[in-house]
Write a protein that binds this ligand. Structure first.
Ligand code: PMP
Length: 360
């Protein structure tokens, strides 16, 4: 980088997302997208919003959408903050709540890698707490008394890339241990079988719950995410956002997101389909000799005792199947595999079976 950039920027490690291939023949099980399309009502709402009204600026408060989200979760609309995907919501959270705190942010050593990226970008010291041997969070690591206060806590529940979920009781314990610091629970995958910490918001005004429409609502391309918290925290996040003059959501995204949120019948049906496919995939992988961590997400994290994760990933890639591998020491043997349709899971397992036979 040129001399114009400080070491701070030159040293940033940008988030590396999974491959987004141009070739559609590839079976894409690498970035946890939904295997089925979004609600037809959402598509219709987007089409209906694509009129000459697009010459007008959108509602910069996303009022109708926030009302729909609040009603879904039994909250008040001013407890909801929306953004262009949960990654942008997280950016506002880091910028507003953690930046300049000058104190460490507690997080698991293995979790969504964007948290570390944002720590670098927003100059927040990360304090990484190792997952236990079974890849669960050790709650006492987060609740023990510390000599120096913390900026806050962040973790994903279910965690990524393990898929393991923690109980609401454990989350409440962590929140109680840090009454003066925000505890951010990233629930990108919660709809696939974990309990949502939104149930704790009434009792813990330091909890911030983050959701996305990219996974269980099959709208990754629309870019909609939101945070739910106390009115005070949401008001602060709005101040941060408005200081950047960043628009929350465009008019099409607002219309589509609202229709998707309201289409509970389609949501329930699709969610059950993915959960069923996940359980079947877990069984099939176990039959092939994989150890599969107990997932509450729309992906599984699995390792084969006799094969390197990177080797398997490359062999699958050569056969047109994309899965994710993380170059992290403790989990280098694992593959993270997005749950597809039953047919896609079958293709994955047949390909894996062939690879395992050939490599012996
Ligand atoms: N949190 C977690 C744990 C994720 O895995 C992802 C998706 N990569 C996100 C947040 C961001 O999702 P989006 O920006 O599409 O809402």
């Amino acid at each position: 980088m040129s001399r114009y950039w400080s070491d701070h920027v030159a040293g940033l490690a940008p988030y590396v997302a999974g491959e987004q291939p141009k070739v559609t023949k590839l079976l894409k099980l690498n970035t946890n997208e939904h295997p089925y399309g979004p609600s037809p009502l959402a598509l219709r709402a987007i089409q209906a919003a694509a009129t000459d009204q697009l010459r007008l600026y959108p509602d910069n408060q996303s009022t109708a959408l926030r009302v729909a989200i609040a009603s879904l979760h039994g909250l008040q609309p001013d407890q909801v903050f929306v953004g262009n995907g949960s990654d942008e919501v997280l950016a506002h959270v880091f910028n507003g709540l953690f930046r300049r705190a000058g104190r460490p942010l507690l997080m698991p050593d293995i979790t969504y890698s964007f948290y570390k990226t944002y720590c670098k970008l927003f100059d927040v010291p990360a304090q990484l707490l190792p997952l236990a041997d079974d890849y669960t969070l050790t709650v006492s690591d987060y609740t023990q008394e510390r000599q120096t206060p913390v900026a806050g806590v962040i973790f994903a529940n279910p965690n990524a890339p393990t898929g393991i979920a923690m109980s609401l009781e454990a989350i409440a314990q962590i929140a109680s241990a840090h009454p003066d610091a925000p505890v951010v629970v990233d629930e990108a995958y919660v709809d696939f079988g974990a309990d949502s910490a939104t149930a704790l918001l009434g009792r813990h005004d330091n909890i911030v719950v983050i959701h996305t429409l990219s996974k269980s609502r099959a709208l990754a391309g629309l870019r909609v995410g939101y945070a739910m918290a106390s009115k005070d925290i949401v008001a602060g996040l709005n101040r941060v956002k408005d200081s950047f003059n960043s628009y929350p959501l465009d008019a099409l995204a607002q219309a589509g997101a609202m229709a998707a949120i309201n289409d509970t019948a389609y949501f329930d049906q699709m969610r059950s389909a993915v959960i069923q496919a996940r359980e079947a995939l877990t069984q099939q992988l176990a039959t092939l000799g994989f150890e599969v961590l107990p997932s509450r997400a729309n992906f599984v994290f699995a390792r084969h005792p006799d094969h390197e994760g990177a080797t398997l990933q490359q062999a699958l890639r050569a056969e047109g199947v994309l899965v994710r591998h993380f170059n992290i020491e403790r989990v280098h043997q694992f593959l993270r595999i997005t749950v597809g349709t039953p047919e896609q899971c079958e293709r994955l397992c047949n390909t894996l079976a062939k690879i395992l036979t050939n490599q012996h």
